[in-house]
Ligand binder design. Structure first.
Ligand code: C2R
Length: 190
């Protein structure tokens, strides 16, 4: 089987309900992903082996999701020069603030591009944007995706406008016409 360009790594299978949307978004863009449970804490050696092998074999972007003491994304970034996108997974005790801070607060030289708590879909879109740098077909899909976002937003605005009365729109004013002095009679710069 062809090596997936994107790897989705999770610290636990309990993260899958959050991360499923990342796999779905990638699929919508025609990309397969390799989804794995690998933990910096619980399975450090297999994690390292996986990241090194996948980087050698062509995985272009790693998405790493973890909750609590979320060191997974940072540990992945330590073992590869491929971009790593971190997804902080919400926790019952601290609502994901713990995951967010432990994913995002990386030391200089080892960045993890961290998305909002639980926003697996954004991680996938960011991965697509990275891959699209060298893929015209993906760029076209992203453009269509953004156009659809705008269309839905305007549709929602129109629908809201029907429910909530708005002040009458004023026609945009034309700027006053400027007199152009005839050439040679003070028309040059001062
Ligand atoms: P369990 O549900 O398996 O107890 O895991 C997982 O990502 C999960 O959100 C609870 C939470 O522990 C997280 N975990 C990490 C790491 N490995 C597992 N933060 C890691 O390596 O960073």
């Amino acid at each position: 089987m062809k090596q997936a360009l994107v790897a989705i790594l999770m610290g636990s299978d309990s993260d899958w309900p959050v991360m499923e949307s990342a796999a779905t978004v990638l699929k919508d863009f025609g990309l397969s992903s390799d989804v794995r449970v690998l933990s910096a804490h619980r399975s450090p050696a297999p994690l390292r082996q996986y990241v090194e092998r996948a980087s050698r074999q062509g995985t272009a972007v790693f998405i790493a999701a973890a909750g609590g003491a979320a060191h997974l994304a940072g540990a992945v970034a330590a073992h590869t020069i491929r971009p790593v996108i971190g997804v902080p997974v919400s926790t019952p005790s601290l609502n994901g603030l713990d995951s967010l801070l432990s994913t995002v607060q990386m030391p200089r030289g080892v960045p993890v591009a961290t998305v909002a708590i639980g926003n697996a879909a954004n991680a996938a879109i960011l991965a697509v944007q990275m891959l699209a740098l060298h893929d015209a077909a993906l760029r076209a899909k992203l453009t269509a995706y953004k156009r659809e976002l705008a269309r839905k937003c305007l549709q929602a605005d129109r629908a809201l406008g029907k429910r909530i009365p708005r002040p009458a729109e004023t026609a945009p004013r034309r700027p006053p016409r400027q007199k152009v002095p005839p050439a040679g009679r003070g028309g040059g710069r001062a």
